[in-house]
Design a protein around this ligand. Structure first.
Ligand SMILES: Cc1cc2nc3c(=O)[nH]c(=O)nc-3n(C[C@H](O)[C@H](O)[C@H](O)COP(=O)(O)OP(=O)(O)OC[C@H]3O[C@@H](n4cnc5c(N)ncnc54)[C@H](O)[C@@H]3O)c2cc1C
Length: 430
């Protein structure tokens, strides 16, 4: 067992974790850990894009679209923060190197997705997330103050006197106790728990499990988003491949197996998913069709290159035939309850991204609002930490003296670690 000391420990290397790390002061010693390889995240899978207000005039409309999709169960203060701070954060991401598709005049090519009243989604073809991840990873590796540990598993946080003072990690079956002034949970969603999900299989709500164990407040955990259009695949347990909402945004039409239209494709996701489920039941068929083949072949191959290639690999040429689709778990609206600075109910512990619940999504997330939430609220977490860390008056030596009795940590957390090692196929010498 090893003890390490950092200023800030960030658990997760998706948009929320890495953007938080990049917005922390460069004089702080920051550690970022990921359960698998650094880019094995749902961020890397995002296809559609990032929503952003088209200018100050659009902020009220963007706010209204978000509230309407969320059935007005959203936290209005959080939504106002999201829409008002969307432009500065997207601009900063682009300044870090994100390549955004442009129209013929060289302006950003905003696309449309369900329940947005105008085109306000920026994208890089149909693999925006991969480009966001690459941009953030590149910048994080360049920063001297950010240490990155891959294949490192968060087992638990370390709590003393209702404060978070670090976390217990597992790497190569070895326990590492990381003592930190602040811990940021950016562990993503829960899709890996579902058989039918568009998520990376490794994402299984680990942050939430930690929160539950420490009685940290959660919010809206019954709100789970089902995406209407995942590629219908009879073959087993793999992650379901997403057919992005932007396919419908660009005119894609849904048909039942009898060739009949049955829903307005640009309704919010819950409405379209329900309509598809009804149609599947009515026709006694486990899928419906999504057709985009009427668009120009070259345009489709370029605009939806990822979807085109993946579908072709699975035997469907989207330029010539409709795609079989059915709904799948896609996103977790609930999570660890946080305030507008992303602080949880436990002192010195923050939560950002899909693990957190800021309340911006209400009962249903508006398309492409997740990457944006990851940017806006992880920056707020970083800003809060930047401002408050100097008041943190425990030195490393103090922490060492007060908290790091090896026996004490082992006694309190040993069982959890032992179980985690066993879960990962490790052998324990009792
Ligand atoms: C197929 C697909 C397409 C999507 N398309 C869009 C889109 O177009 N626009 C949009 O806005 N949103 C989209 N989303 C949603 C969006 O991608 C995610 O909600 C968002 O990327 C989550 O970011 P995150 O940083 O919170 O988590 P993630 O990017 O999922 O990263 C989670 C991180 O936590 C780490 N982690 C988890 N548990 C542990 C542990 N125990 N120990 C250590 N590390 C741990 C993982 O290793 C990983 O690094 C899409 C989602 C999917 C699945």
């Amino acid at each position: 067992m090893e003890n390490k000391y950092v200023d800030v420990l960030v658990v997760g290397s998706g948009v929320a974790g890495l953007y938080c790390a990049l917005n922390l002061r460069q004089d702080l010693d920051v550690m970022v850990v990921s359960k698998d390889k650094i880019d094995c995240t749902n961020t890397s899978l995002a296809q559609g894009g990032i929503s952003v207000a088209r200018g100050l005039d659009d902020v009220p409309f963007f706010t209204e679209d978000t509230l309407k999709a969320g059935k007005y169960e959203n936290d209005i203060h959080a939504v106002n923060v999201l829409t008002n701070e969307s432009i500065e954060n997207v601009d900063y991401l682009v300044s870090l190197g994100l390549d955004v598709d442009k129209d013929e005049d060289g302006n950003w090519d905003y696309t449309k997705e369900g329940a947005h009243c105008i085109n306000r989604i920026i994208h890089t073809q149909d693999n925006t997330g991969e480009n966001v991840e690459k941009t953030l990873v590149k910048n994080a590796f360049r920063r001297k103050n950010i240490r990155i540990l891959e294949d490192t598993f968060l087992v638990d946080i370390i709590e003393r006197n209702d404060k978070c003072i670090g976390a217990i990690l597992l790497k190569n079956k070895e326990q590492i106790n990381v003592f930190a002034k602040f811990v940021v949970l950016a562990c993503g969603g829960i899709g890996g728990l579902y058989k039918n999900s568009t998520s990376q299989r490794i994402l299984r709500g680990d942050g939430l499990a930690v929160a539950l164990r420490h009685k940290i407040e959660l919010k809206d955990i019954n709100y789970i988003q089902i995406h209407p259009t995942a590629f219908y695949d009879e073959s087993g347990d793999e992650r379901r491949f997403l057919i992005s909402e932007s396919v419908r945004g660009e005119g894609g039409k849904l048909y039942n197996i009898n060739g009949e239209r049955f829903v307005d494709e640009l309704q919010p996701r819950d409405v379209v998913s329900e309509a598809i489920f009804n149609e599947m039941k009515k026709t006694n068929t486990p899928y419906v069709y999504l057709d985009i083949s009427f668009l120009n072949e070259e345009y489709l191959k370029n605009r939806f290159s990822t979807i085109y290639n993946k579908c072709l690999e699975k035997g469907t040429d989207i330029t010539k035939e409709p795609i079989k689709v059915s709904p799948a778990q896609h996103y977790f609206m609930g999570g660890i309850k946080v305030d507008l600075s992303s602080e949880t109910s436990m002192k010195n512990l923050y939560a950002v991204g899909e693990t957190a619940c800021t309340g911006i999504h209400g009962a249903n997330r508006l398309a492409s609002n997740s990457l944006l939430e990851g940017l806006v609220f992880s920056k707020r977490a970083a800003q809060n930490i930047n401002e408050s860390i100097d008041e943190f008056n425990l030195t490393k030596v103090d922490i060492d003296e007060i908290y790091t009795s090896r026996e004490e940590i082992e006694e309190e957390n040993g069982l959890i670690v032992v179980n985690a090692i066993k879960d990962k196929g490790g052998v324990i010498d009792d």
